[in-house]
Design a protein around this ligand. Structure first.
Ligand SMILES: [Zn+2]
Ligand SMILES: [Zn+2]
Length: 337
């Protein structure tokens, strides 16, 4: 049995280093995972660019980790060695803050954040809290499962918590999040509208299951949505506050704009459509481990898969840059073998 494993750690902002680390034993309530694949997510920038307050280096990024349990720590009774599991952004709630005490563990105010407060999946091995694990269905390849434990649950949960079958649901942005959002929306039984920038995305949007495509560069997307009767739900995935704010008038009365894409600029909101129609703007952040498992199971049931590009672990920096430059079609995944 090996005594070391390879990991890509960030030693200072934007400095990637491939290192050998000693294998450690999982502590109480933890498992050690032999990682098979790890997705590269835009939020990894928090660690890699050093944006996250209180971050300490070196840190291994990566919160779309899929692998097999290799060893189990004391007190873990519900997981077995050999099971294939996934770990997402939320590495475990503290169980004691007010949000946790009210049962809202996905909104824990003091959570373990994989790849930020603890080492993540850009590695051949990682330690994870047993309570943060999702079981991976046999039908999913590890590379396909990886983006589903972050981008997947983010869009899946936001959609299933805001719409009902038959609703008109618009997905803004057809990228890493949006290409999954369109598939989920269609498979959940929504009248699915994809909003992209330019005519070139129309073919893809239709292939992913969109009933209607709106080119937001050529037309006013909100006005186009109103021609369809207004959207009951708009899922905003594009990282542009101004683009997100401009969609508000496209909602039907009592409709909801659900924001999952983080942007640097503020979201400008016009109070008139907000008030006259009782429209809402809400945020949604990933979800609990069991909801990640729901996402994976639904993806098998409804044949939803991410579109991915893979690179080996040693090329993590290249994968990250490709994602940040918007060149990935649509999610980068690191493979460990
Ligand atoms: Zn993520
Ligand atoms: Zn908490």
């Amino acid at each position: 049995m090996e005594t070391t494993y390879k990991a890509v750690e960030i030693s200072a902002p934007r400095t990637f280093r491939l290192v050998e680390r000693p294998v450690v034993k999982p502590g109480a309530g933890q498992v050690r995972i032999r990682v098979e694949a790890c997705g590269v997510c835009h939020s990894d920038a928090g660690t890699i660019e050093g944006q996250f307050p209180g971050l300490s280096y070196p840190r291994v990024p990566g919160h779309e980790a899929i692998g097999r349990i290799d060893e189990i720590g004391p007190g873990v009774n519900t997981w077995k060695v050999g099971q294939r599991v996934g770990v997402g952004f939320f590495g475990g709630e503290d169980g004691t803050c007010e949000a946790c005490r009210r049962g809202e563990t996905a909104y824990c105010q003091n959570p373990i954040m994989t790849g930020i407060t603890t080492d993540g999946g850009y590695a051949e091995m990682m330690i994870a809290e047993a309570r943060a694990l999702a079981l991976i269905p046999d039908e999913l390849k590890s590379e396909d499962a990886a983006p589903l434990v972050c981008a997947g649950i983010t869009t899946f949960n936001a959609l299933r918590n805001s719409g009902r079958a038959g609703d008109t649901v618009a997905i803004q942005g057809i990228g890493g999040l949006g290409h999954l959002g369109v598939q989920f929306a269609r498979k959940m039984g929504f009248r699915t509208v994809a909003i992209g920038g330019g005519p070139d995305k129309e073919h893809l949007a239709n292939k992913l299951g969109a009933h209607v495509y709106i080119d937001a560069k050529a037309k006013d997307a909100a006005a186009e949505l109103q021609k369809l009767g207004g959207a009951d739900v708009i899922l905003a995935t594009a990282p542009s506050g101004s683009a997100i704010g401009s969609l508000l008038p496209g909602l039907a009365p009592r409709g909801t704009l659900v924001v999952v894409g983080v942007s640097d600029d503020a979201i400008p909101l016009n109070g008139v459509p907000l008030i006259f129609g009782g429209r809402s703007v809400v945020g949604s952040l990933t979800g609990r481990a069991i909801e990640t498992q729901d996402t994976l199971d639904f993806s098998v049931l409804a044949e939803v898969r991410p579109m991915i590009e893979t690179l080996p672990l040693a090329r993590a920096e290249e994968a990250y840059k490709r994602m940040m430059e918007g060149k990935a079609r649509f999610r980068m995944v690191l493979t460990m073998t």
